[in-house]
Design a protein around this ligand. Structure first.
Ligand SMILES: NC(=O)c1ccc[n+]([C@@H]2O[C@H](COP(=O)([O-])OP(=O)(O)OC[C@H]3O[C@@H](n4cnc5c(N)ncnc54)[C@H](OP(=O)(O)O)[C@@H]3O)[C@@H](O)[C@H]2O)c1
Length: 268
C-alpha cells in the first residue's frame, strides 16, 4: 500500500512514516530538504528493510507543488493514503512567490492543490494534519491572507488550521460514494521543530510534562491510515483515536464550499 506523507523530514511526519513502514506500508517521503529526508529514509529502511522513495518539494512554490504532483502521478498507479502533514508556524509576515501569505499557502493552498491534482489516483484515504489552533480561527475566504484584518502569527496559523478542517469537510462531501474518505486530526502538543521562535513552543520543550513525543503526535495519523475509523467518519476532525466535536467555523458546509471556491481561484 502506497502511503504518501508530506512533511516527512521531521517531527510528526517522520514518526508516522517510520511507524507505517514498520507495519508494512510502502511509504513515500515528501519534504524540502534531501539531507533530512535521507536520514528519515535510513530509519524507514532500518524498520522495514526497504529504502523508501523520497521526493522534494517546497510548498512556498505552487509550481513546485505541480511538479511534485506530476512526479507522483508518473510513479504510482494508485495512492492508498495521502497524508497532508507538512506545515509551518511563523511569527514573521511573509509572502510566497505566488503572492500568498506563507502559512495559508504552505498549510492549506499547497495541500489543497496537491490533493486535487492527485485525486483520481487516491483510492483510500486523505488525512490532513490540522490543529486545535483551528478552533480559534476566524478564516475569511475573501481575505485568506488577512490583508484587510489584523495579522499575527498565531491568528494566521489558526486560520490555516481551520482551513484544514473545512477542506476536509468539503473534500469528504465531494468524495461521497466513491469509497475514498477524508479526515483530519489534532496531533496534540508535540515536541518537534514546529514554531521554533515562539514562547509557547519554548515552554512545551522546556517545562517538564508539557509536550508529548513525535511518536505520540503521529499516533492519530497512523490510526486514521490503518484503522476502520479512518474510513468510517468522513469529514470529521479527530483528537486521539476518536472524532471530536468542533466549533461551527471548522465544520460549516457553506463556509467549507466558499473556502474551496476561493482556494481553487487562489491556486489557479
Ligand atoms: N507540534 C505541534 O504541537 C503541532 C500541534 C498541532 C498541529 N501540528 C501540525 O503538525 C504538522 C507537522 O508539524 P510538526 O510538529 O511535525 O513540525 P516540524 O517538525 O516542523 O515538521 C514540519 C514538516 O513540514 C515541512 N515543511 C515546513 N515548511 C514546508 C514547506 N515550505 N514546504 C514543504 N514542507 C514544509 C517540514 O520540512 P523541513 O524539515 O524542511 O522544515 C517538516 O517536514 C504541521 O501541519 C503542524 O501544523 C503540530
Amino acid at each position: 500500500m502506497i502511503n504518501v506523507i508530506t512533511g516527512a523530514s521531521a517531527g510528526i511526519g517522520e514518526a508516522a512514516a517510520v511507524e507505517l513502514a514498520g507495519r508494512g506500508r510502502q511509504v513515500v517521503l515528501v519534504g524540502r530538504n534531501p539531507a533530512k529526508l535521507t536520514r528519515v529514509a535510513d530509519r524507514v529502511k532500518a524498520v522495514s528493510g526497504a529504502t523508501p522513495d523520497m521526493l522534494t518539494c517546497d510548498y512556498a512554490s505552487l509550481e513546485d507543488v505541480r511538479r511534485l504532483a506530476s512526479e507522483l502521478l508518473s510513479r504510482y498507479e494508485q495512492i492508498d493514503v495521502l497524508a497532508n502533514n507538512a506545515g509551518v508556524m511563523t511569527t514573521e509576515r511573509t509572502r510566497t512567490a505566488d503572492g500568498h501569505e506563507t502559512m495559508i499557502q504552505v498549510n492549506h493552498l499547497a495541500p489543497f492543490l496537491l490533493t486535487n491534482l492527485l485525486l483520481d489516483r487516491v483510492k483510500g484515504r486523505v488525512i490532513t494534519t490540522s490543529s486545535r489552533a483551528g478552533k480559534t480561527g476566524r478564516l475569511d475566504p475573501a481575505d485568506l491572507n488577512r490583508d484587510r484584518r489584523r495579522w499575527s502569527g498565531w491568528l494566521q496559523y489558526g486560520d490555516s488550521k481551520q482551513a484544514n478542517a473545512l477542506f476536509t469537510v468539503e473534500l469528504a462531501r465531494r468524495l461521497s460514494g466513491t469509497g475514498v474518505t477524508a479526515t483530519c486530526f489534532h496531533p496534540g502538543v508535540i515536541k518537534t521543530e514546529f514554531a521554533p521562535k515562539t514562547f509557547m513552543m519554548w515552554m512545551v520543550k522546556n517545562i517538564p510534562g508539557m509536550g508529548r513525543t513525535a511518536e505520540e503526535g503521529a499516533s492519530t495519523l497512523v490510526h486514521l491510515a490503518t484503522h476502520p475509523d479512518g474510513a468510517a467518519h468522513p469529514g470529521r476532525y479527530f483528537a486521539g483515536s476518536a472524532p471530536e466535536a468542533v466549533p461551527r467555523g471548522m465544520a460549516d458546509p457553506a463556509l467549507a464550499r466558499a473556502l474551496w471556491d476561493a482556494s481553487a481561484k487562489a491556486v489557479g
